[in-house]
Design a protein around this ligand. Structure first.
Ligand code: ADP
Ligand code: ASP
Ligand code: MG
Length: 452
C-alpha cells in the first residue's frame, strides 16, 4: 500500500492548519496513483492537556468548572470546523457535539464520585482524537479528497494497561486488513484518530501521551506501508531540543537505532515506541514539517546516513531521580544485582541509566510514583538513598562506535559541569551523562557548540 501520514496536534490546531493538511494529503494521493494514504491524527493542539485538566477537576468534585471547560472545547471544535464549507459541516458538528455531550455526562458522573481511574481517564482523553479525526475526514471530503472516517478503537486492539496500553499486533493487523486496506486500495483516504484503541471487550484505552506517532507506526506495519510520515511543527529531528538550544540543525538521516535512543531520551518529536513497528517491517519513517511541506525532513531507515559527520544529535530527559544503592556487605554478594532489579520490576518502574562499582550501583528513574516503596524494599538488603532534580543528557550517533575521540570530546566539552554519572552502552551508539537538572541548558549548549 501507500503511505501512512500522521498529523500531530499543531498540524490540526486551527482552520489554516487543516487547510494545509488537505493540501499535503491531496498531493500525496496524486503522487501515489490512486493508492490513497492512510491518515492518523492527534487531538487538536492543546486539547489532550485540557482533557487532563477536566479529569482533574472531576477528581476534585468540581463539576461546574469541568462542564465549562468542555463547553469551551465544543466552541473550539466548532471554530476549527469552519475549514469545512459545505453542508457536511452541520452533520460532522452534530457528531462532535454528541461525542462531547456524552463526555460531559461521564465527567459529571466522575465528579459526583470524585474518582477518576486510569480506565475513566482513557475514556475522557480519547474524545480528543475521536472528534479531531471526524473533522479531518469531513474536511478532506469537503475539499474533494475522497475519505472515510474509521473509529480507531475498532482497529487498534490493545491490552488493558490503561493510560499506557500495548497493541495486540496480530488482532490489529487482521482488523486493519479488513477495515482499512480495502477503502484505501479503492482510493479513499482512511482517517483514524491516533493514540486510542480498545481492549478485546471494547473498553477504550490509550497508548500513553504522544502515542499518535506509535499508532501511525502500528498501522503502517500492519498495512505494509512504504513509508510512515510524521507531520509536525519542526523541520525534522533536530540536533538538540529547540526549547533548550537555540537554532539547532535538522538531521537529514538517522538509523532506526539512533532515532530510538533519541526518542527514548527525550526528543519529543517522536514517541519512543514509534520505531519498533517500523523496524519489524523495515519501513522508513520520515519526520516532516506541515508548515513547510517542501523541506526534506528527516529520514529514518535501517541504514541511516553515510559515515561522514560525527554525532547524530543530543537529547535530554529532565527531572529524573538518581537512586544510589550500596551493598551493606562491602563487596557485592552474588545475587545482589538480581535482588536489586527485582525490586524495580515488582514496582513496575523502568530504570534508564545504570552504573556500577564494586560496592554500589546507581540507577536513574523518571517515574517516581512508587519511589518510597522502592527505597523501603531496597533497604532490606542494602543502603539506599535518592537525589531528585537530576537529568540525563544523551549524545547519540553510530559513529561513536568507530571513533573513540568523540567520547573524549564530549567529556571535555562538559569539563566545567559537575557530572554525576557517565556511561556508554554496549551498543556504543550513545553516551549518557547524568547531571543536575539546573545544569542542563548550559551543558546542552556546550555539547551542541562542540559537535554542531
Ligand atoms: P506533535 O504535536 O506534532 O506530535 P510534539 O510537540 O509531540 O508534536 O513534538 C514536536 C516538538 O518536539 C517540537 O516542537 C520540539 O519542540 C520538540 N522537540 C524536542 N526535541 C526535539 C528534537 N531533537 N528534534 C525536534 N523536535 C524536538
Ligand atoms: N493527543 C495525545 C497527546 O497529546 C496523543 C498525541 O498527540 O500523540 O498526548
Ligand atoms: Mg507528539
Amino acid at each position: 500500500m501507500g503511505v501512512v501520514m500522521k498529523f500531530g496536534g499543531t498540524s490540526v490546531a486551527d482552520p489554516d492548519a487543516i487547510t494545509r493538511l488537505i493540501g499535503i494529503v491531496r498531493h500525496q494521493r496524486q503522487r501515489s496513483n490512486g493508492r490513497a494514504p492512510v491518515v492518523v491524527v492527534s487531538a487538536l493542539g492543546g486539547v489532550t492537556d485540557q482533557l487532563v485538566a477536566v479529569a482533574h477537576m472531576a477528581e476534585e468534585g468540581e463539576s461546574d468548572p469541568a462542564a465549562a471547560a468542555l463547553h469551551a472545547l465544543i466552541d473550539r471544535h466548532v471554530a476549527v470546523a469552519t475549514a469545512i464549507t459545505s453542508e457536511s459541516r452541520t452533520a460532522v458538528l452534530a457528531e462532535v457535539k454528541r461525542e462531547l455531550d456524552e463526555l460531559k455526562s461521564l465527567v459529571h458522573a466522575l465528579a459526583v464520585l470524585r474518582e477518576v481511574s486510569p480506565r475513566s481517564l482513557d475514556a475522557v482523553l480519547a474524545a480528543g482524537e475521536i472528534v479531531s479525526s471526524r473533522i479531518v475526514a469531513a474536511a478532506l471530503a469537503d475539499h474533494g479528497v475522497p475519505s472515510v472516517w474509521v473509529d480507531a478503537r475498532t482497529v487498534l486492539a490493545t491490552d488493558a494497561e490503561h493510560t499506557g496500553a500495548a497493541p495486540d499486533m496480530i488482532e490489529t493487523c487482521e482488523r486493519a486488513r479488513e477495515r482499512v486496506a480495502p477503502a484505501s486500495g479503492a482510493g479513499s483516504v482512511v482517517v483514524l484518530g491516533g493514540f486510542i484503541g480498545a481492549t478485546s471487550n471494547g473498553v477504550t484505552t490509550t497508548l500513553g501521551r504522544g502515542g499518535s506517532d506509535y499508532s501511525a507506526a502500528i498501522f503502517g506495519a500492519c498495512l505494509g506501508a512504504e513509508e510512515i510520515q510524521i507531520w509536525t511543527d519542526v523541520d525534522g529531528m533536530l540536533t538538540a531540543d529547540p526549547r533548550i538550544v537555540p537554532q539547532p540543525r535538522v538531521v537529514p538521516q538517522l538509523t532506526f537505532a539512533e532515532a530510538s535512543e533519541l526518542a527514548y531520551f527525550g526528543a519529543k518529536v517522536l514517541h519512543p515506541s514509534t520505531i519498533l513497528p517500523a523496524v519489524a517491517k523495515n519501513i522508513p519513517v520520515r519526520i516532516l514539517n506541515s508548515r513547510r511541506p517542501e523541506s526534506p525532513g528527516t529520514r529514518i531507515t535501517a541504514e541511516g546516513r553515510p559515515a561522514e559527520g560525527q554525532l547524530a544529535a543530543i537529547a535530554c530527559k529532565r527531572d529524573v531521580t538518581v537512586i544510589d544503592i550500596t551493598s551493606t556487605r562491602m563487596l557485592m554478594a552474588h545475587g545482589f544485582l538480581r535482588r536489586l532489579f527485582e525490586v524495580f520490576e515488582r514496582f513496575k518502574t523502568a530504570v534508564d541509566v545504570v552504573t556500577t562499582s564494586e560496592v554500589s550501583v546507581s540507577v536513574t528513574v523518571d517515574d517516581t510514583r512508587r519511589l518510597e516503596a522502592i527505597l523501603d524494599s531496597l533497604r532490606h538488603f542494602a543502603e539506599a538513598s535518592c537525589e531528585r532534580e537530576m537529568a540525563i543528557i544523551c549524545a547519540v550517533g553510530e559513529n561513536l562506535r568507530a571513533d573513540p575521540t568523540l567520547f573524549a570530546r564530549a567529556v571535555t566539552a562538559l569539563d566545567r559541569v559537575p557530572l554525576r554519572l557517565v556511561s556508554q552502552a554496549a551498543s556504543r551508539r550513545n553516551i549518557t551523562f547524568v547531571l543536575r537538572d539546573a545544569d542542563v541548558p548550559h551543558a546542552m549548549m556546550r555539547l551542541h557548540e562542540t559537535f554542531f
